[in-house]
Design a protein around this ligand. Structure first.
Ligand code: SF4
Length: 489
């Protein structure tokens, strides 16, 4: 399929756009779709018809002019059942004709671990959970085991969530250069350098405003997370200013975790590590993604594998006892052998956390449209399968897992940890039980009300917008006070 042409999807007798699109994305990850109920749109070379007539469902899938038909009588008109079974019909016909099997089967738009936890909480054991999910979603046995293990490790952490306390997220949206797979609104430090003083000033004002609200409402801070971009891409004096501002405006006496995502090894210096450590940082991320220098060049990073190892050792020397390293399976030009080599070497360094992502390419990334998602030569599943086995054999346990759209082979991202070193914040960000207050450009605030209602406040995406419209943005913060009052009442 040409990425610029939208594939027509004709919905007859139903409006299941969202679920059907999610199903189609498994097979056509970079394609766009146009939805209508006009049968004339079926003249296109490739198109999908998805129809419902009472309890009868049918689909016509046309790929490059060749038509395939499938139909079924459900003996039920329940909307959820009809929607799910129609997606199943489309899934099977495409899976069969395109020879693609998704390891997560029909599971789209549902968090696998959340679903497993739900079943465990209903008293179901592994076999019962497995039977239910296999029957409904056709998940592979390997992924079922992974989701189940992750759920078992996550449950004790969820039980410790203090829903009266909140977490603080501080955003530093700059990076040394932009990685080719990145879709984040990160700004190259070279072009944004002039903005940094003003950005730091605005960010500290926001931290102060949030700090006042937290104090006035008697709210406790549970975790702090500095993320980006690459927070270490700004000078150490600016890191110091921001971290001191956090220290001054929040009572950090009871926090359970203070994470700082250093990110790229080429931005890490002994001085920055010292500042982060002295001002409260306990957990740090140093992310190489791969140790293969050729791949690092291809993805636009300016460091080598050796520089990562040096940065890692420097962090250990500075006294960091909880280090995370992010890796990505499926980077362009990476082979299974070079991924295995990366994972083996990183494991030898014994970081407390290793996060294995699978490459996801969104429209905003430079790599988009380069057929990276459809490269059949490389088996990314092999890389991911190796990571599960290698890490679990080396004392790492999966404790959070999430899936994204446009991920190679519909695979997943998994956070592994040595026992007791799991990151609370990584779970809070996915769970809906604790409020997260976001400060800085591109940060968002997630307010979790005692009645379960969730409300989000998004800050501006770009530093200049954030700086220019600061006052306007702060008027939105009134809702934080209301929510924190309710949480503490
Ligand atoms: S370091 Fe992360 S945020 Fe920065 S450009 Fe690369 S992927 Fe994007």
């Amino acid at each position: 399929m040409n990425n610029n042409i939208k594939m027509p999807v004709i919905l007859i007798g139903n409006s299941f756009k969202y679920e059907i699109e999610a199903t189609l994305k498994m097979f056509f990850p970079t394609s766009r779709f146009s939805f209508s109920d006009d049968i004339n749109d079926a003249k296109a070379e490739s198109c999908i018809i998805a129809g419902v007539n009472g309890s009868e469902i049918y689909t016509d899938v046309k790929i490059n002019g060749v038509n395939f038909h499938s139909e079924k009588n459900l003996y039920s008109t329940d909307t959820k059942t009809v929607e799910h079974e129609l997606c199943r019909l489309i899934y099977h016909i495409l899976s069969d004709k395109l020879n693609i099997v998704s390891p997560w089967g029909l599971m789209t738009g549902i968090r696998p671990v959340k679903k497993v936890i739900e079943l465990i909480n209903q008293g179901k054991n592994f076999n019962e959970t497995s039977d239910i999910l296999t029957e409904r979603f056709e998940i592979s046995p390997e992924k079922l085991k992974l989701a189940y293990n992750t759920a078992v490790n996550q449950i004790p952490i969820l039980e410790k969530i203090n829903s009266k306390a909140v977490s603080l997220y501080v955003s530093i949206p700059f990076c040394p250069t932009r990685c080719s797979y990145c879709s984040f609104v990160s700004h190259s430090i070279k072009t944004a350098v002039k903005l940094i003083p003003e950005y730091v000033e605005a960010l500290c004002s926001e931290i102060e405003i949030i700090g006042n609200i937290v104090r006035e409402t008697g709210t406790e801070i549970d975790t702090v997370y500095f993320g980006g971009g690459t927070p270490t891409s700004i000078p150490s004096e600016d890191i110091k200013t921001i971290m001191e501002c956090v220290q001054k405006n929040f009572d950090l006496g009871k926090i359970r975790e203070y994470s700082f995502e250093a990110g790229r090894p080429d931005t890490i210096t002994a001085e920055k590590l010292r500042v982060i450590k002295e001002l409260g940082g306990q957990r740090i991320s140093i992310n190489t993604q791969t140790l293969n220098d050729d791949v690092l060049k291809v993805i636009g990073r300016q460091h080598t594998g050796d520089e990562f190892i040096k940065a890692f050792e420097l962090a250990r020397k500075t006294g960091f006892k909880n280090i995370n390293t992010d890796l990505i399976a499926g980077l362009p030009t990476e082979t299974t052998a070079s991924f295995v080599n990366t994972l083996d070497k990183v494991t030898e360094l014994v970081p407390e956390n290793i996060t294995v992502h699978t490459l996801t390419i969104k429209r905003a990334a430079n790599l988009f449209g380069q057929n990276v998602l459809e490269n059949k030569e490389i088996s990314v599943s092999e890389m991911v399968d190796y990571s599960v086995e290698k890490l679990m054999n080396n004392g790492y346990m999966p404790y959070y897992l999430y899936r994204q759209k446009n991920t190679i082979d519909n695979l997943e991202n998994v956070g592994y940890s040595k026992k007791g070193c799991e990151s609370y914040y990584n779970i809070f960000i996915m769970d809906e039980t604790q409020t997260i207050l976001g400060a800085g450009c591109a940060a968002s605030t997630k307010l979790v009300y005692p009645d379960g209602k969730i409300s989000r406040i998004h800050n501006y995406k770009f530093p200049y917008e954030y700086i220019r419209n600061f006052d306007q943005l702060m008027t939105k913060k009134k809702e934080i006070t209301e929510c924190l009052k309710k949480i503490n009442s």
